[in-house]
Design a protein around this ligand. Structure first.
Ligand code: NMX
Ligand code: MLT
Length: 446
């Protein structure tokens, strides 16, 4: 059993009581109204999901367990000599609402290490995927390759009582979180390794440093970037460094995971569903699109570009009917704090990098250019605007792979949320849909 289990069980028992009393007392209390705009507009502004681990504020950005990213950066445990939060510590926070103490962290890291092994068959299956298959497709299929070992699915088949669903969900959730760096590493090796052998897990390294090792990048600052990145992208909007990428429950990958999980599908099936959503260009794929946007700009204007060139380039992009990747957000109405964390990282570690300088110049120019369209709700950068240039700085230039990094991070957010969804006994999701005709009749009260 997991070292986090006992701590979590106590919290779960407490929260189950709060939840059931609250439901009983306020089941009919109204908290908002549904407008035609919401129904026609992708459910914007409609609160409809109970999601325990994180919340996105339009101005302050993501918070994990009531802590904003800056508090996380300040309070989370770090690697020796490091500045960035350890994703393992943030995963513990997401699950329990508290950071682990030193001993708990040490045991948890070693537990994740043990859980992070893949069987030979699982590795072989992933290595057999076609090398030119998009890395996100391989990643999602790689998660599915491990699904037959779901402990939750077995317990369900064996007739486990519903009050105990959360226990094997926790087992699977931790297994998924522990295995995704290895699955993602195999995908990287498969796509770009040119037949090089895949390095083994190293027990002396933490979660992020092991992942960096799979990617073949030994620079210590890159491991720091990975720690930040994995925390940022958990979304819980994990801050850069794909920081744990949990961005509350309404974003497509978190919601898809949550929706599929509500059918009592196991965590592997649910997470793979979320990853298929993350692979869309308006969502996680935007980070690869964003780097492509910057590199195409450099191809056109060289490295001696001006801010005037950026303005022209954005104008042409909009005129050709495309979005500017890395800018805008469905909920945020300010610069994404995750982007600010990326900038802060770049200011500390990276000097004189033309691409990073271009990211900074875009930040000065693009919000104004988008605002001038008069229709973009949020012209400010999101997490994807900066991450690619930082990765590229350390030599990770395979940008088709970037969304996989995002996916590894998001596992930490969506898997901890799934444990809580099963612990609270949330029901299958089933909102109503309407035809346009029905909607029109409703407006007329017919
Ligand atoms: N560039 C150009 N047009 C934009 C942009 C942008 N970055 N953002 C929004 N718009 C347009 C949008 O396409 C829509 O146009 P139309 O009415 O012609 O369909 C209009 O502005 C209003 O959309 P919003 O209400 O501002 O945005 P919405 O909530 O629908 O969508 C995003 C949010 C994030 C999908 C949108 O801002 C976007 O497409 N951004 C670029 C892609 C991106 O960076 N996605 C990553 C999101 C973060 N993530 O990590 O997943
Ligand atoms: C995310 O991290 O999931 C993105 O910012 C998209 C969102 O929150 O809608």
């Amino acid at each position: 059993a997991s070292v986090v289990r006992n701590k979590l069980e106590a919290k779960i028992v407490e929260q189950q009581k709060v939840f059931s009393a609250f439901k009983k007392e306020h089941g009919n209390t109204k908290i908002g109204e549904i407008t035609v705009g919401s129904v026609c507009g992708g459910m914007r502004g409609m609160a409809g999901i109970l999601y325990e681990t994180s919340k996105l504020h339009p101005i302050q950005g993501i918070n994990y367990r009531e802590k904003d990213l800056y508090e996380i950066k300040e309070q989370a445990p770090r690697a020796e000599g490091g500045r960035e939060p350890l994703p393992e510590g943030v995963l513990w926070l997401l699950l329990t609402g508290e950071f682990p103490n030193e001993q708990e962290l040490k045991e948890f890291q070693s537990e994740l290490y043990q859980r992070g092994h893949l069987s030979k068959d699982e590795e072989r299956l992933i290595q057999a995927f076609p090398k030119d298959m998009h890395p996100m497709t391989q990643f999602s299929m790689g998660v599915m390759a491990c699904q037959p070992n779901s402990k939750y699915a077995k317990a369900y088949r064996d007739g486990v009582h519903k009050s105990k669903y959360w226990e094997t969900t926790l087992e699977d959730a931790l297994d998924v979180c522990a295995k995704v760096p290895r699955i993602a590493g195999l995908v990287f090796n498969n796509s770009y390794g040119h037949g090089k052998p895949m390095p083994d897990q190293d027990p002396s390294l933490d979660y992020s440093a092991n992942y960096a090792r799979y990617l073949g990048i030994e620079d210590k600052n890159f491991s720091e970037l990975m720690r930040l990145y994995l925390v940022l992208h958990a979304y819980i909007y994990f801050i850069f460094i794909n920081f744990i990428s949990d961005h509350e429950g309404g974003n497509v990958s978190a919601h898809a995971t949550h929706l599929v999980g509500s059918t009592l599908a196991d965590p592997y099936l649910s997470f793979a569903a979320g990853m298929n959503g993350l692979a869309g260009p308006l969502h996680g794929l935007a980070n690869q699109e964003c780097l492509r946007f910057l590199l195409d700009f450099q191809t056109k204007y060289g490295t001696k570009w001006t801010e005037h060139d950026i303005r022209d380039y954005v104008r042409d992009t909009l005129a050709s009917g495309k979005v500017v990747p890395g800018y805008g957000h469905a909920v945020l109405r300010q610069t994404d704090p995750r982007f600010m964390c990326e900038l802060e990282f770049a200011n500390h570690y990276i000097h004189d990098d033309n691409l990073v300088n271009l990211v900074k110049a875009c930040y000065r120019v693009i919000p104004d250019a988008l605002a001038q369209t008069g229709k973009v709700s949020n012209p400010w950068p999101n997490v994807d605007a900066g991450s690619g240039a930082l990765l590229m700085h350390y030599g990770l230039n395979q940008f088709d792979y970037y969304t996989v990094l995002f996916g590894v991070s998001r596992a930490l957010g969506v898997m901890s949320a799934q444990v809580w969804s099963r612990a609270l006994g949330l029901p299958i999701e089933r909102p109503n849909s309407l035809t346009l005709n029905h909607l029109m009749k409703k407006v007329k009260n017919e």
